[in-house]
Design a protein around this ligand. Structure first.
Ligand code: URA
Length: 434
């Protein structure tokens, strides 16, 4: 085996890494002989110098087979999942998984924690009292088979390498990299034994991909990995200029997700949930058009079955299913601060990146791997981009627990909302598909 130092230096100097180099390097990290500081250096070298398609194939394969790969051959049905590249207020997976289950799919969803300034499905789910995302492989399979869905994190058995690299990237400034995002997402998704995947590639200020060109590069990279492993990969490109929906923060986003599952129309959140479901239905020939799929999905949300499915899932994963009827069992912050408009006009900006970072300052996200997350804090918006406001109208409410943290978040938000005389050019939520 070559020295770790030489393998890192090769990537730093833009030399190609062999299959053996990548395999040895990742295996050594898994078994503990390669340290976090060496892996951090490699991640930064990849951040700057990328991976060739051959290197990425080996890197992803090694991540995928770092744990067990599930199969659902004994299930009669289509097994699918959805994954987002990460956004602010992005809670779509939570209503979408039970919706897909009720529409006839099986959904063995493996998600992540907050990454950088973006929120994570696991942190949100853990705000439900008792809910466990740490479930062993056999129980996970059993729940998926009996309940059609389960929502867990990377485990020591499934995609363990992603679990460790993901946490390391989160705190070393190495998130926004096409090969690192593609291998992270695809390794855990392929490990689920799915037939098809829909990717929500977020584009804009609050996303890791700042423009459609880099988003398209990422989409094509992930599709190529999917193809190599024989899985269908649908892609939606969606805007992440402003936070999605009206809530950001773990428990606050669970409440908004429950609203959607109750059949309430929550702008942006319901729209995207329906579209994702419709794309998968069309891909797997359950409908002939997106419109038909959206209509079916909307009707399904209105039946109450999606909420019931979620309640069942919560109970099976150790959580309190009462959450679906009584939001007061979710963590609540001790204090609120209302932020009001200083002038009249039209809102032209609610900056997703600023609000994502401000949430971390409130304690709702991590700065270091070992940080715990305050599930109660966050923001509830009263307005969205494009709305008119008068001086003194409520813009958003900050849910917080500590004055110091509030001050730090407030300072960060000084220019996060812009009110202008004229409306800005409107950006559609769904920017395109692949
Ligand atoms: N989601 C993931 O699972 N991994 C990434 O790297 C980014 C978003």
């Amino acid at each position: 085996m070559r020295l770790f130092y030489d393998i890192i230096a090769d990537k730093r100097d833009k030399k190609a890494l062999s299959k053996e180099d990548i395999s040895d390097f990742l295996q050594s990290y898994l078994d503990g002989t390669l340290k976090d500081y060496q892996m951090s250096a490699m991640l930064m070298a990849i951040f700057f110098n990328s991976l060739s398609s051959e290197e990425l194939e080996t890197w992803t394969e090694k991540m995928l087979y770092s744990g067990e790969v599930l199969d659902f051959y004994d299930i009669e049905g289509v097994v699918v999942d959805k994954h987002s590249t990460g956004g602010v207020g992005d809670k779509i997976s939570i209503p979408l998984a039970p919706l897909l289950a009720e529409l006839g799919f099986y959904v063995p969803m493996i998600s992540g924690r907050g990454l950088g300034h973006t929120g994570g499905t696991l942190d949100k789910l853990e705000s439900i009292p008792g809910f466990s995302v740490n479930i062993d492989k056999d129980s996970f399979k059993k729940i998926v088979k009996s309940n059609k869905m389960a929502l867990i994190g990377q485990t020591p058995e499934i995609a363990p390498l992603d679990k460790r690299l993901y946490a390391l990237r989160d705190v070393t400034g190495t998130v926004e990299s096409v090969p690192l995002i593609a291998s992270s997402i695809m390794s855990k998704k392929l490990a689920e034994g799915i037939n098809g995947l829909i990717l929500d590639i977020k584009i804009g200020k609050g996303a890791f991909m700042k423009d459609l060109a880099s988003g398209t590069r990422l989409a094509k990279t992930m599709r190529a990995i999917g193809k190599r492993f024989g899985r269908s990969v649908d892609v939606l490109f969606t805007s992440m200029e402003e936070p999605l929906g009206y809530a950001t923060g773990n428990a606050l986003e669970i409440k908004e997700s429950l609203d959607v599952m109750q059949g309430k129309y929550v702008p942006q959140v319901t729209e995207l949930t329906l579209r994702m479901a419709a794309v998968l239905m069309k891909t797997f020939k359950m409908t002939t058009s997106i419109e038909e799929g959206e209509e079916k999905a909307k009707k399904m949300l209105e039946t109450g079955k999606v909420l019931e499915r979620f309640a069942k899932t919560v109970a099976l994963q150790g959580g309190d299913p009462k959450v679906t009827e009584d939001y007061s069992i979710l963590p609540e912050s001790r204090f609120r601060k209302e932020v009001k408009a200083a002038e009249s006009g039209i809102i032209t900006k609610i900056d997703a990146l600023d609000f994502g970072k401000a949430l971390i300052r409130l304690g709702g996200g991590r700065l270091r791997q070992e940080d715990s997350v305050n599930k109660a804090v966050g923001f509830v918006f009263a307005k969205k981009v494009g709305d008119s406001v008068k001086t003194g109208d409520l813009l958003y409410t900050i849910h917080y627990d500590e004055e110091e943290r509030l001050k730090s978040a407030d300072e960060h938000l000084e220019n996060a909302v812009k009110i202008s005389e004229k409306p800005a050019e409107s950006i559609p939520l769904i920017l395109g598909s692949l």
